[in-house]
Structure formats: structure tokens, C-alpha cells
Design a protein around this ligand. Structure first.
Ligand SMILES: [Zn+2]
Length: 262
């Protein structure tokens, strides 16, 4: 009886996946999808970017350091070029990693960051998933309890309609099973515009940009991974991470989809 049920279930499942591929083919015919980087038409099995652009993504490869039982891999997560960004802003940081390395004005960075590309909502989820799947064997996600995306200011949210970092976090969650928590850290209201401030004032301003969210107490005893889209100086990401440390017995780490180096 049970065997029969599983056989029927397997058949239905197989038929459903065939139907899914068929539906995607029809959809692709009616509404063609294009790779946002090279503008070539996407194949049915290609999700966010085409196969070539996906393999050409400028990966930092920081997670490929060998793990020899002496914590060498973990050392890279604290001493790598991306982690070093946080040494002054956030000495309490446990580890940090960036998936991609962007040069300033990089085309791929623009595409990921620019809200005018209509498919970016799905692309961000897909890139988060791909990043997590590639980084997973390094053990980076092993001791992480929750993913906290950097919250967007209200005006940016209104302009874009969704939070890019939150979409990336959902992609990571699909690959790792770690839950996404959007109520741990929230945005406080900006009093002064960033552009009118000098560098020192600006980091003070960023410091007050985030506050504890309604579920913040739930962070106690947990290791929280702050998820960001594109990081340049790390000041904003660090300010967000510092809020987590206001709750006792928490550990905080950082993941960024991209790091723009100067
Ligand atoms: Zn392409």
C-alpha cells in the first residue's frame, strides 16, 4: 500500500516537472527572457543569467582556502581582504565573506544594483542561492542561526518596491535552510542627508541609521549573518551588525553578494 502510494507520488512528481518545463517553454516563447549582462535570450534551464555570464562572474574565491582542521578556512573568513574592511568598524565580527569582486563602475555590479531591470527581484534570489551553494562546502554557514538582511530606508524601498538584500537572503535560505529574519534589525529615520556630511560625520550618521526590530530579543544566544547586496566601505553594514550586538550573547558575521574595491 505504502509502496503503491510512493509509486503514484513519484509518477505525479515526474509529470509535474515535465509540465513545469513545458510551461516554462511556452512562457519563454510568449515572453522571452534575456540575460541582463549579455542581452542574449535565456534558455529554458537558465534562470537568472545565461550559462556563460554565470561562469564568468568575478568570484572572490575567498571560500576556496583549504580547510585542514586547524581552522585555516575560518582564518580566511576573518583575515581575507573583505573581512579586513571591518577591522576598524567592527572588531567584534566573527567572519565575513563576499561572493563577487566588483571594480568601480563594473557592468555586473550596476545590473545587480540597478532597480530598473525588471527581473532583478528574481535574479537577486537566484544569485543568493548560487552563492550559498558554492560557499556551502567551505563550512562558512555551518554555525549561522539566522539571516538578517540589511533593511532599506523607507524612501529607497518606495523607489524600488523590494529590498535587494532581503531577496539575496531568501536565495541563501533556499540553499542552506537557515531562516530569514526581517524583524531583528530595522531602519531608524535619517535626520540628515548623507551627501551633505563629511566623512567622519557620515559614519556617525550611519551609526544611528539602524535600531533593534520587534523580534530582536529572539537573537539572544544566536549567531546572526548580516546579508548585504553590494558593499564598498563597509560602514553601513557594520552599523547594522552593531545593532545585533546590543542583545547579549550574540555573535555577528557578514555576507555580501559583491564587494566593490577601489
Ligand atoms: Zn549572458
Amino acid at each position: 500500500m505504502v509502496k503503491k502510494f510512493f509509486r503514484i507520488f513519484a509518477t505525479i512528481n515526474y509529470q509535474l516537472s515535465t509540465v513545469k518545463v513545458l510551461l516554462q517553454s511556452i512562457l519563454d516563447f510568449l515572453l522571452p527572457r534575456y540575460c541582463p549582462v549579455c542581452k542574449k535570450r535565456l534558455q529554458v534551464e537558465e534562470k537568472a543569467l545565461c550559462r556563460n555570464c554565470l561562469s564568468d562572474l568575478p568570484r572572490t574565491r575567498q571560500w576556496l582556502a583549504p580547510r585542514n582542521g586547524n581552522g585555516v578556512g575560518e582564518k580566511i573568513f576573518y583575515e581575507g581582504p573583505f573581512a579586513k574592511l571591518f577591522w576598524t568598524h567592527l572588531p567584534e565580527l566573527t567572519k565575513a565573506i563576499a561572493f563577487l569582486n566588483f571594480r568601480p563602475k563594473s557592468e555586473v555590479a550596476d545590473i545587480i544594483y540597478d532597480s530598473k531591470y525588471r527581473n532583478m527581484k528574481h535574479t537577486a534570489v537566484e544569485l543568493g542561492r548560487i552563492a550559498a551553494e558554492e560557499i556551502l562546502p567551505s563550512g562558512f554557514f555551518d554555525d549561522i542561526d539566522a539571516l538578517a538582511p540589511v533593511p532599506l530606508s523607507k524612501s529607497r524601498f518606495r523607489e524600488r518596491g523590494y529590498n535587494q538584500s532581503e531577496r539575496i537572503a531568501h536565495g541563501i535560505s533556499i540553499a542552506t535552510g537557515i531562516p530569514v529574519k526581517t524583524e531583528y534589525v530595522m531602519r531608524s529615520i535619517f535626520k540628515t542627508s548623507q551627501t551633505t556630511l563629511n566623512k567622519i560625520d557620515r559614519s556617525d550618521n550611519v551609526r544611528g541609521a539602524f535600531c533593534l526590530g520587534v523580534e530582536a530579543a529572539d537573537m539572544r544566544g544566536k549567531h546572526i549573518l548580516i546579508v548585504d547586496d553590494v558593499v564598498t566601505t563597509g560602514a553601513t553594514t557594520a552599523a547594522c551588525a552593531k545593532v545585533v550586538l546590543q542583545i547579549p550573547d550574540t555573535k555577528v558575521s557578514v555576507f555580501a553578494l559583491g564587494h566593490t574595491s577601489h
